[in-house]
Design a protein around this ligand. Structure first.
Ligand SMILES: *[C@@H]1O[C@H](CO)[C@@H](O)[C@H](O)[C@H]1NC(C)=O
Length: 371
């Protein structure tokens, strides 16, 4: 009965969202709340499975199997990740954001016309999470990559928000090294988002010869991502002199891995991290930026990214540190909802402090024991 109560609870929250938010009544993502979400809930009357038979650390339900539409390009069954028909997605898996990552994968599959053609690359620091993925998605094409925290430990300096300094946060810097050379493009996704559109559309983005594609925010105050020390040192600030840098969020990126490899960006990111690390300890004014893994991306790519439509990163839904602050969507269509910021929907839903838009995350959640 519990699932029925949860379902009706969700329906009423969804109704409230629709009634209260005029934007949701008209924009295409109203489609986002269309049938498939409700279906997905109805299809889980409490199937339960867990990561290990002896130690059910993380109980996740099994997602309902999804099949390619008739018009999908067939990809080889014994798929190595090299089949050119595959869509490649990289995402991290760790205990803290596990529920979010699984929901993100679920959302991608639910909205893809060709879910069997999506190949997931999971970056982990705990390889036992592999069996859990298999449990939730029995037929998923995926590979798990161990990211050794030691690889970046020496490069990370402490920052204001500890969460941003998790080594796994830096795994995205190493995708070009970790993924096989035959994987020439990848979509990187954060763990606190859901996709509500066909991922193949994002995959098909024309990068126009750029290495990174992402939505750009040219009205954001770019200055604040670097410190006074950075801007007052002509050698450092000069990094941006020949371009018009705009902020972009590294939580949703399309990466041309061929170009990345050819230009040696992994090493170039590491060099900026070394500059930051030295600056933080040398006593001559301190670090050159505050936030964790983002600034090296800005240093190398801001002003040089291929702009992607904003619908692919409706960010900020996590709100800020003020308790109970809920964000609304930015105007315009939505293909991806991103709970960046300090609040996470699964935490708020569990503590009965959900923001209205958290109801749009809930249908993708596979966590929980049998109701
Ligand atoms: C941008 O941010 C910097 C640093 O926080 C601040 O000094 C400056 O006034 C801001 N500029 C605008 C236009 O808001």
């Amino acid at each position: 009965m519990l699932w029925l109560m949860r379902l009706s609870g969700f329906l009423s929250v969804a109704m409230v969202v629709i009634v209260l938010s005029p934007s949701l009544q008209s924009f295409p993502p109203a489609e986002a709340i269309r049938s498939s979400h409700f279906d997905s809930y109805l299809r889980f009357p409490g199937q339960i499975a867990s990561a290990g038979t002896t130690r059910p650390r993380f109980p996740f339900r099994q997602a309902s199997p999804l099949h390619n539409a008739g018009e999908c390009e067939p990809v080889s069954v014994d798929s190595t990740a090299c089949d050119p028909g595959l869509v490649h997605i990289a995402i991290t898996l760790d205990e803290e954001y596990l529920r979010g990552s699984i929901a993100a994968v679920h959302s991608v599959l639910q909205h893809a016309l060709c879910p069997e053609n999506v190949f997931f690359h999971f970056l982990v620091s705990d390889t036992s999470l592999k069996s859990l993925v298999r449990t939730a998605f029995p037929r998923l094409r995926f590979k798990v990559y161990y990211f050794d925290p030691e690889r970046v430990r020496g490069l990370i300096s402490t920052s204001v928000r500890q969460a941003l300094e998790q080594p796994l946060n830096y795994a995205r810097n190493y995708l070009a090294d970790m993924l096989k050379p035959c994987v020439r493009r990848v979509i990187y996704l954060d763990s606190d988002l859901v996709v509500v559109d066909d991922i193949a559309k994002l995959w098909g983005t024309d990068l126009r010869g750029r290495t990174v594609g992402a939505p750009e925010y040219c009205h954001a105050n770019f200055t604040k991502y670097f410190t006074e020390r950075f801007w007052s040192d002509p050698k450092l600030a000069g990094t941006f002199s020949a371009r018009r840098p705009c902020y972009f969020n590294t939580g949703v990126m399309v990466l041309d891995l061929d170009r990345w490899r050819r230009s040696g960006y992994t090493r170039r990111i590491e060099r900026w991290m070394e500059v930051q690390k030295r600056a933080a300890v040398d006593g001559a004014g301190g670090r050159i930026y505050e936030l964790g893994s983002l600034p090296p991306f800005l240093l190398l790519f801001a002003g040089h990214v291929a702009p992607i439509e904003h619908r692919w990163n409706q960010h900020g839904l996590g709100g800020d540190n003020v308790r109970g602050s809920c964000r609304d969507l930015h105007p315009g269509p939505v293909s991806l909802l991103h709970w960046s910021g300090s609040g996470k929907p699964w935490v708020r839903l569990d503590s009965n402090q959900a923001c209205p838009l958290d109801a749009l995350w809930a249908p993708y959640d596979l966590y929980g024991p049998a109701p």
